[in-house]
Design a protein around this ligand. Structure first.
Ligand SMILES: [Zn+2]
Length: 209
């Protein structure tokens, strides 16, 4: 009998080899901060002494400023994920710079330092985004394993998503998750104990990947 096809987890067509990575897994959370779900993530990361990178949207920062301060204060990294999460195809150089610089400002107003890493919306690069990223001195960060957590709609989905991640994960992977997802806590409740037991979690601040 063949196992059921994965419903959630996807790896890129060209999976990057571990390279200079430490052999541990890097957790990244996009599209926050969320006033309730991001703290649920931080609680679980603290419980397992794991560090992660949070790629925040600048326009969500003011409503969750305390959350961003907590991310930074507990030695996680705050990354830039644009100001409004625009669809990359539809904007040019000026808009790209406004989006990236707007997020830099929003974060700096709250924690006093600007992000040093950037991930484009949907992971899609365009020429204007690359230009703005370089102009601002940001390091681009992708992922090697997409959790597909945005498709999760139930507790059972969350558990399956986590199980698929655990079956697919390899040392050196950069995992894409979303802290704006109501089920993210449940996913981490399955994911973190197993990753920790396998010695794959990342205890240091993640500045780039
Ligand atoms: Zn995103």
């Amino acid at each position: 009998m063949t196992p059921p096809a994965p419903r959630f987890v996807r790896t890129p067509f060209f999976r990057r080899p571990a390279g200079r990575m430490t052999g541990r897994v890097r957790l990244t959370f996009d599209d926050g901060p969320h006033p309730a779900h991001t703290p649920a993530v931080l609680d679980r990361l603290e419980q397992f002494d794991v560090r992660a990178t949070f790629f925040v949207l600048g326009n969500r920062v003011p409503a969750a400023a305390d959350v961003v301060r907590r991310i930074h204060g507990t030695r996680h990294a705050v990354g830039n994920h644009t100001f409004t999460h625009p669809r990359p195809r539809w904007f040019g150089f000026r808009s790209a710079m406004d989006e990236l610089a707007g997020c830099q400002r929003a974060v700096a107003e709250v924690i006093g330092v600007e992000p040093t890493v950037f991930r484009p919306p949907l992971g899609r690069w365009t020429l204007p985004l690359r230009w703005a990223c370089r102009r601002l001195g940001l390091t681009p960060v992708g992922w090697t394993l997409d959790s597909g957590d945005w498709r999760v709609r139930s507790d059972a989905d969350a558990e399956q998503c986590a199980a698929e991640l655990l079956a697919a994960v390899r040392p050196g992977d950069v995992i894409l998750l979303h802290d704006y997802n109501p089920w993210i806590g449940l996913i981490l409740d399955v994911l973190l104990p197993d990753l920790t037991a396998r010695g794959l979690t990342q205890p240091d601040r993640v500045a780039s990947a």
